[in-house]
Design a protein around this ligand. Structure first.
Ligand SMILES: [Zn+2]
Length: 82
């Protein structure tokens, strides 16, 4: 099965993609990471995880989305104190 190389990030369409890992069997798969949003995927995953045009619209991001993303919230205090 031929693996089609993804040239843009499925999530944010950024064009700078880093190859993090490659399969022990040459040509089976690569692990790629977007340099902008850090989305990481393996090339053997289904199109909805690896292709921009098949990636679910509700999960897509733009550069503005990333710049405006709120900080990760802290863990709230326990409801019941011991
Ligand atoms: Zn991205």
């Amino acid at each position: 099965m031929a693996v089609e190389k993804t040239t843009i990030c499925p999530r944010c369409a950024y064009e700078s993609i880093e190859q993090l890992h490659t399969s022990p069997v040459p040509g089976a798969w690569d692990v790629l990471q977007c340099r902008q949003c850090l989305y990481t995927w393996r090339t053997s995953e289904p199109a909805r995880r690896t292709q921009r045009d098949a990636y679910p619209e509700s999960f897509r991001m733009t550069a503005e989305d990333i710049a405006g993303a709120p900080e990760v919230p802290t863990i709230p205090p326990l409801r019941n104190q011991p």
